[in-house]
Design a protein around this ligand. Structure first.
Ligand code: NI
Length: 186
């Protein structure tokens, strides 16, 4: 078990399509997942994709705190070879941050309702529906598997901001910023 370094925007590993996992007996696979969990916790993130620790495999971990999902926690989930299917065409814009793009935040359009399928560490298949923040986190993480970072999805680039600057300006206005970068970076 180890905390591994997180690749940052610009790194080639974050630009390529990650490979499907085909060997569920590979002893490296559970080690990769436990290192991802340690790394995500150490970085105070809610999600992490294997390419972010420089491993080009289709593996994602995430959780959703109940406060962001109508009081219902989505416990830590390991998605191997995840596939997303839209349930509705609608998208909404909301703030995102990424451990590979530290210090920045921006408003990203995402599908509001999806179904996703995945395999676990033993290769068993599962599916779930997700809405709103839960759906957003899964879309953000799965984008990492296809070489996409959230700034590439932003349609209104005037929202791309340094968190510190947004906080300082909100402070000056006597407001509290409704942003918790640490809690939502993925
Ligand atoms: Ni990210």
């Amino acid at each position: 078990m180890a905390v591994r370094p997180i690749a940052r925007m610009g790194a080639e590993i974050l630009k390529r399509r990650a490979d499907e996992v085909t060997d569920f007996n590979d002893p490296e696979l559970p080690i990769l997942v436990s290192d991802m969990v340690e790394t995500m916790i150490a970085a105070h993130g809610v999600g992490l994709a294997a390419p972010q620790i420089s491993v080009p495999k289709r593996v994602v971990i995430f959780f959703v705190p109940g406060g962001r999902n109508n009081g219902m926690d989505i416990p830590l989930t390991v998605l191997i070879n995840p596939v997303i299917t839209p349930l509705r065409p609608e998208k909404n814009d909301d703030w995102e941050a990424c451990l590979s793009v530290p210090g920045l935040t921006g408003k990203v359009p995402r599908l509001t309702a999806i179904q996703y399928t995945w395999q676990d560490l033993q290769g068993n298949r599962f599916e779930r529906m997700a809405e709103n923040f839960h759906a957003r986190v899964v879309q953000h993480e799965c984008d990492h598997l296809d070489g996409l970072l959230y700034p590439m999805r932003i349609t209104d680039l005037t929202t791309l901001s340094f968190v510190d600057t947004l906080k300082a300006e909100a402070n000056e206005r006597g407001e509290e910023l409704q942003l918790d970068e640490e809690g939502e970076a993925a």
